[in-house]
Write a protein that binds this ligand. Structure first.
Ligand code: SAH
Ligand code: SF4
Ligand code: F3S
Length: 476
């Protein structure tokens, strides 16, 4: 590829990145004319919604340049891994994949490999990649994802070797770059980046940087554009959405932002993730109860039911406060579904601590939960605390799953025979369609594919614990 690097690049963002998008696009068009081939990309996203949203931005940039999605990773000209480091097994997966890509590169020396995401922000990872994974062409982090066009141009211009651009601190929030959505009818919108909570087990604050909020006007502009584009459901994203707005020139609360978002015409459903129990205000609960567009679902990570462990985790709430929030939510929004995250085997966890978690699971009556075995992360305070052996954490983990399934089944049973409004999302593996109720529960049901993207009435027939089987409500 030949890039016309003689044209001066603007210093302002996002104009600078748009300049590199144009340069790359022209070069790719020329290449396509000469070879008859269009370049392709493949992107694998690990981790949470933040990474999923970042990948949409990378895809948007690549498609604006003229790349198209490859049919398989094996056929791609550019392979990207957007990595996660929240637990050890997420990291192991990346090294495994790299070993496998090395083989592809032997067959196709033109293949380019790029790595980005949270794992790249760890010094030890970078050292390991530099030493043992020289086949990687481009490495960038979580703070400079908007610079992807410029980094691609640099990679194209370089004569081989690894291009590494990792920032230790976040820079400005750059708005108005291309992005592509996985679904036409629902979209995620970042409202804030980073996290300041420093829970003692968690690496996210170290790899995603300090908490900073986007301006409400930028968020609302993006949502209005999405609504004009046919989007019905919006999910607002942040590591701790309840503390949205702090540090802005004109401070605004998360509840106030939600009210504004609900006013956007065309948007029918509004969701958000993730809330921290310590910052869950009565104002937010009130707004949830008042605004019909706010879906009756709350993801409220518990982590542990033991007040002693919650203190060691630096969570700033205890079991009593957590249950108080749960009761207030259920009182204000009787049909609310509650989901959570739980860690088993945090340093020092005893049988008694674990029993406290089981107690909260039963009392809160969760509708679903993500459960994790504690994974020590280098650099976090909990990594140097006294560890719990797997022989103790594994039986607890298995028992927690059993209790959860019992609780979820009990809740689901009450819903059998009810009619729920389902936003139809996709085809499911079993040939049916799949969608989500207002409570965010999955339902599989038979219906024509033309219903994808529509909100339809579905009768719930059977609970499969983590999803329902249902049928379309027949209209007279
Ligand atoms: N900001 C969100 C979630 C971030 S990470 C929150 O505060 O809840 C998603 C989940 O991963 C966490 O809720 C936690 O349950 C889990 N997690 C984070 N670090 C972990 C670790 N070191 N070991 C095991 N699970 C972890
Ligand atoms: Fe991690 Fe805690 Fe921040 Fe969530 S709130 S991202 S668990 S430090
Ligand atoms: Fe993983 Fe980064 Fe999300 S560490 S969980 S992808 S913020």
């Amino acid at each position: 590829m030949i890039l016309d690097m003689t044209r001066p690049a603007p210093l302002q963002e996002p104009e600078r990145q748009h300049h590199f998008i144009r340069l790359l696009k022209e070069a790719l068009e020329a290449e396509k004319l000469a070879t008859g081939r269009q370049r392709t990309y493949s992107i694998t996203t690990m981790g949470c919604q933040m990474n999923a949203r970042d990948s949409e931005k990378l895809c948007g940039i690549l498609e604006a340049i003229g790349y198209k999605p490859a049919e398989s990773e094996k056929q791609a000209d550019l392979v990207i891994y957007n990595t996660c480091c929240v637990r050890e097994n997420a990291e192991q997966k990346v090294y495994g994949k790299l070993g496998y890509l090395k083989g592809f590169k032997k067959q196709n020396p033109d293949l380019k490999i790029a790595l980005c995401g949270c794992m790249m922000q760890e010094d030890a990872v970078l050292e390991k990649l530099k030493k043992s994974y020289r086949e990687v062409d481009l490495i960038f982090g979580t703070h400079n994802i908007y610079k992807f066009p410029e980094l691609l141009a640099t990679m194209e211009e370089s004569q081989g070797g690894m291009i590494i651009d990792i920032w230790k601190e976040h820079g400005e929030i750059v708005e108005d770059l291309p992005s592509i959505r996985k679904f036409g009818f629902k979209a995620s919108v970042n409202i804030m980046f980073g996290c300041d909570n420093f829970c003692t087990y968690c690496i996210v604050p170290y790899v995603r940087g300090r908490e900073r909020s986007r301006k409400p006007e930028d968020i609302l502009k993006e949502i209005c554009e999405l609504a004009r584009d046919g989007v019905k459901e919006i999910q607002l994203l942040g590591q701790n959405v309840n503390s949205y707005g702090k540090g802005l020139e004109d401070p605004i609360t998360f509840a106030q932002l939600l009210k504004e978002v609900c006013r956007v015409e065309g948007i029918e459903r509004v969701r958000f993730m993730t809330s921290h129990p310590k910052d869950l205000s009565d104002e937010l609960i009130r707004v949830m109860a008042e605004e019909p567009k706010l879906m009756p679902h709350f993801h409220l990570p518990l982590q542990s039911g033991s007040s002693r462990l919650l203190k060691a985790m630096n969570r700033h709430y205890d079991q009593e406060r957590y249950m108080d929030r749960v009761h207030k939510l259920k009182e204000a929004i009787p049909d609310i579904s509650l989901t959570t995250d739980i860690i088993v085997g945090f340093p020092g966890e005893t049988d008694e601590d674990f029993e406290e978690t089981v107690k909260v699971v039963r009392e809160a009556g969760f509708d679903s939960a993500f459960t994790f075995i504690y994974s020590p992360r280098i650099g976090t305070p909990a990594a140097v605390m006294e560890q719990v052996p797997e022989s103790e954490s594994k039986p607890h983990f298995d028992r927690l799953l059993k209790v959860l399934e019992e609780v979820i089944d009990q809740n689901n049973e009450k819903k059998i025979g009810q009619v729920h409004k389902v936003l139809v999302e996709d085809e499911s593996k079993n040939g049916m369609l799949t969608g989500r109720t207002e409570q965010n529960q999955l339902v599989h049901f038979e219906a024509p594919k033309s219903m994808i993207g529509h909100i339809v009435d579905v009768v719930l027939d059977e609970s499969k614990t983590y999803y329902f089987i249902g049928h379309l409500l027949e209209r007279e």
